[in-house]
Structure formats: C-alpha cells, structure tokens
Design a binder for this molecule. Structure first.
Ligand code: PBG
Length: 325
C-alpha cells in the first residue's frame, strides 16, 4: 500500500519541533524604536502605547543599556522637540534632541550598539507633514529633499550609523546618499523605508511624537495606497538603484505579501516595521485578558520573519528578547 504521509511524526516532541523549525527568531533580529523628548525631567508614558515612554536623555541611556544587555543590536531614535515650526528646524539643529541623544549614546556604548535615526520632518513641523509645504499646502517633493540632505549630514555628524528616511519623497535615498558622500560620511548606511503605506496603524505613534496633521489631513499624497503591491516593488527598485543599503516594508502584519514579494526580488537586508497600532492591538487585547500577549507577540514577530524579513523594528523588542532568553 502507498505509504500514508505522516507529517505529525516530526511534531511529537519539543526537541523534534526545534530541530525542524524553519524560522528562528533571535534578539539579533530586533531593532527597538525609542522616543526621546526635549525639555523633560521625567519619562512620560504614552497612553496608547502601554509600556513605551517618551524618554529623557538619562532614561534613554538607561533603556539602551538594558536592550544591549538583552542582546538587541540596534535602536532607532525618534525625537520630540520642544518647538515645532514650518521647516522642522529642530531636525537639522546640531543641538536638536536626537543629535544630543546620539552623542550621549555613542559616548556611553561606543560601537556596541547600532544607532539608527528616523530621518523625517513630521516630528518637527508645526503642520505635521513629512516635508515642506507649497503655498497651497501640498508637500513640496524637491524642496523637502534639500532638507532631508541637511538632516542626514547632521545626524551623521552626531554619530548615526544608519539613517532611515521615512518621508516617502521621490528621490530621497539618492539625495541623502549624495549629501552624505559629499560630506565624507560614506560609511553611514541608509535604511530606506522603501515601501511605506498610508496606514491607519500609525495612530499611537502620532501620540508618541505629539504630531497632529494640520486641517485633518493625511499622508495619502506621499505614502502608498493600501490597495497596491506592484507599486511597492517599483518603490523598492527605485531605492535600490538610488543606493539603499537596507530595505524596509511598513507596516508589517497586514503587508506580509509585500515582504515576501520584496524578499523574492532583492537580496539586500530586509526589515519590516511592526508599527505602533500593531503593538497597541496586542496590548489592548491582552489587558482585557482576551489573548496571551506574550505568545501573540512572538507569533507575530516570527510570522514577519517567516514571510521574509531579516529584521523587525518593534516596540516589543525588549520583552521579546527577554522571552527568547
Ligand atoms: C514618520 C514615521 C511614522 C512612523 C515612523 N516614522 C509616522 C507616519 O508616517 O505618519 C510610524 C511608526 C509607528 O506607527 O510605529 N516620521
């Protein structure tokens, strides 16, 4: 008789399952997003991101120490400035909050942690958009590229290993690469938010960085349409040609197909951003006792890796690394 397939044989014991596991999540895969706020004396909780805070300079350094001790290789910094203006000046101020924090962290940890900076203007503009506005209120692509170039150089000067442009302006990777190379920062890498969707899952993040988009606006004129996937492949190709060193898909869970497609086509390291809304959903359901938060967290992060991501940016980094031991 034709032998019956017995797939359950290899699921019988934990050791067998471990032996045949196709995907292994480790702390090395995790990048922790951290918020640092100018002008505060105590860390400020973010109600929509339970367990995440806006750090002071001191609490940021303490947090990075814990993350490094847990084996997490990298953090990505977001700044919350005291003052915002139309140009997002704080983003390129050598004494702006992220630049000061970069110097603190480099002094404290040397090269034992990879310092990534989100490179965007929205945390610093009073209108909340990721770029400069034209008189009619549209986001001006090319004027914004000049600002990104300035921000990149200032972040590199302050010690960033990797800059991560998240504004979805056309040509941003090339503009940043040129500016870095011209200023002798050829070693600084670019993690391109290559395929970034106009997602409703960024809500808690906007609480974390005190961003409200003016006039009830949105980012649909620069971030991608949720209905598209081929467009993502075009975005990623453009960023690769422009000189990206690492690629990113964002958000993660609703875009596993995008991760898989990008992985199939490209061999650069690929990151996915498990975003604030994805984190908040786990925390809210777990707080209600409706799911086991830790198990769901590990399941989701593993799924993102299984889909093809090498790295996951996640607010779960610390607890996941602790759980992975
Ligand atoms: C833009 C930026 C955003 C996020 C990361 N970088 C917000 C946006 O595009 O509106 C969202 C991250 C998250 O939701 O966790 N600087």
């Amino acid at each position: 008789m034709f032998p019956q397939r017995r797939l359950r044989r290899l699921r019988r014991t934990p050791a067998l399952r471990r032996m045949v596991a196709e995907t292994v999540l480790t702390p090395d895969d995790l990048i922790a997003p951290l918020f640092v706020r100018e002008g505060i004396d105590e860390p400020q909780p973010i109600p929509s991101l339970p367990g995440v805070v806006q750090h002071t300079r001191a609490s940021l350094t303490a947090e990075v120490k814990e993350l490094v001790d847990l084996g997490i290789p990298a953090v990505v910094l977001f700044g919350v400035p005291e003052r915002k203006d139309a140009e997002g000046s704080g983003a390129s101020d050598p004494d702006g909050i992220v630049q000061v924090a970069l110097r603190d962290l480099r002094d404290a940890f040397g090269d034992s942690v990879v310092l990534v900076t989100d490179l965007c203007l929205d945390e610093y503009t009073d209108h909340g958009h990721c770029g400069l506005l034209t008189p009619s209120g549209a986001v001006d692509n090319d004027a914004t590229l000049d600002r990104y170039a300035e921000v990149a150089v200032v972040q590199a000067e302050a010690g960033a290993d990797i800059v991560a442009p998240s504004g979805m302006m056309d040509g941003q990777v090339a503009a940043i690469r040129d500016a870095l190379d011209e200023d002798e920062f050829g070693e600084v890498a670019i993690l391109a938010y290559a395929a970034k969707y106009a997602s409703a899952l960024y809500g808690p993040f906007r609480d974390a960085v005190d961003v409200e988009i003016a006039d009830g606006g949105d980012r649909k004129a620069y971030q991608q349409d949720v209905r598209n996937v081929r467009e993502s492949l075009e975005e990623v190709r453009a960023d690769v040609l422009e000189g990206a060193d690492l690629l990113m898909v964002k958000p993660a869970l609703s875009y596993l197909d995008v991760i898989t497609r990008v992985r199939a086509e490209h061999d650069l390291p690929l990151a996915a951003y498990h975003v604030s809304g994805e984190y908040a959903m786990i925390k809210a359901a777990a707080a209600n006792g409706w799911i086991d938060g830790e198990l769901v967290a590990l399941e989701q992060l593993t799924a993102i890796k299984r889909a093809g991501a090498d790295l996951v940016l996640t607010y779960l980094a610390k607890e996941a690394a602790a759980a992975l031991g």
